[in-house]
Design a protein around this ligand. Structure first.
Ligand code: ADP
Length: 352
């Protein structure tokens, strides 16, 4: 496929040389000294676009030579004015060629950098995929292990408490199903598929996640307080993905609250309708963000202040919320602690 490209270049070069010849003739036959040679600038600009950057210097030299030759051959005008015009033309040609060459070099450096970035982001997204899979699936796996132990304890009792054991086994099944859905969703996210968006009750989804975390909440003596809006319209989003985000935010808040003295661990979960969007907010009175930390940085992948943290939970949450048409942000509470807030589109809004 080299031939057509070379042929195209050859055609461009021939066209430019023909233009230079035409300009030379016009320049020599008329006394519009500056005006005619100004057209040489167009030739240089076109050469930068159509040919290689290396063609600029020889073409500029050719244009200068033609300008000087034309000055010698021009029968019109005063000699002194002619010299000044020729010098002005030469300076214009050199400056233009220099600027064009610089711009072209910067453009190709930018293109190279963009190509490198694309490659890097492909490689990191592969790494991120495996790391995020491990992170997300670890949560239901840990819950399965806890319920498994509980189930064994109920069965080991004398007489065995079959009701409780059955409940624990049911929780294991629920968590296993959740783990499966998470793997599916992450896979579809990385394949660039759109989230599976359906209308659902946001408050019910929130309460489900709180129920799934109740063991953890009671172990850390945290009683969640609710301010869930009444009669909210359904959300239009991928329910499983949104529950992943809710779970992430809950676990982060629980971890943040571990530094608080026991009777003073507060967690508020609020939902409302603001400006046509559903809003979820989770506030805690934990340690908050380290002093001066820009809350937006928390959403960058691998940003973590925890010794065993991965710094992926919030980055994934942001990707999920934005893929579902919402926004997520973090704020410092005036009284201490952090609030994470995200928005989601309303089902009726989208249908209109
Ligand atoms: P990880 O939990 O693995 O560190 P995340 O992306 O979930 O990853 O969180 C990134 C960082 O955001 C945490 O390391 C922590 O510094 C901060 N953070 C998240 N949630 C809270 C919170 N509720 N209170 C204070 N800091 C938080």
């Amino acid at each position: 496929m080299r031939l057509p490209l070379d042929f195209r270049r050859l055609a461009c070069l021939t066209g430019l040389l023909a233009s230079m010849a035409a300009i030379f003739i016009a320049d020599t036959m008329t006394d519009y000294a500056v005006a005619a040679s100004a057209l040489y600038l167009v030739v240089i600009l076109a050469a930068a676009r159509l040919l290689d950057i290396r063609a600029i210097a020889p073409l500029t030299a050719g244009c200068i030579a033609l300008t000087v030759l034309s000055f010698h051959l021009t029968p019109f005008g005063e000699y002194r004015v002619g010299v000044i015009n020729t010098c002005i033309n030469i300076v214009m040609l050199v400056v233009t060629a220099y600027l064009v060459a610089r711009t072209e070099r910067a453009r190709s450096a930018l293109q190279e950098a963009q190509a490198r970035l694309t490659l890097i982001s492909r490689v990191t997204s592969l790494g991120e995929l495996s790391a995020s899979l491990a992170h997300e699936v670890n949560q239901p796996l840990a819950a399965i292990a806890t319920s498994g132990h509980a189930c064994l304890r109920w069965l080991d009792q004398d007489p065995p408490n079959l009701d409780k054991a059955r409940q624990a086994a049911q929780r294991i099944l629920d968590d296993a199903r959740r783990a499966g859905s998470i793997v599916d969703r992450i896979r579809s996210l990385t394949r660039g598929e759109r989230p599976d968006r359906h209308a659902f009750d946001l408050n019910a989804a929130i309460l489900e996640i709180v129920a799934l975390s109740r063991d953890k909440l009671s172990r850390h003596a945290i009683t969640p307080l609710f301010g869930l809006g009444d009669g909210l319209p359904p959300a239009l989003a991928d329910r499983v993905q949104i529950q992943q985000v809710l779970m992430n935010l809950m676990l982060n808040a629980i971890e943040a609250l571990q530094g608080q003295p026991l009777p003073n661990r507060q967690m508020h979960l609020d939902s409302s309708l603001e400006g046509g969007m559903l809003v979820f907010a989770l506030a805690d009175n934990g340690g908050g963000f380290p002093g001066g930390e820009d809350p937006d940085r928390l959403f960058e992948p691998f940003h973590t202040t925890k010794q065993r943290g991965m710094g992926l939970g919030l980055a994934i949450s942001k990707t999920i919320i934005e893929a579902n048409g919402g926004r997520i942000r973090a704020e410092t509470n005036p009284a201490g602690g952090a609030t994470f807030r995200f928005t989601l589109p309303v089902a009726e809004e989208e249908a209109r």
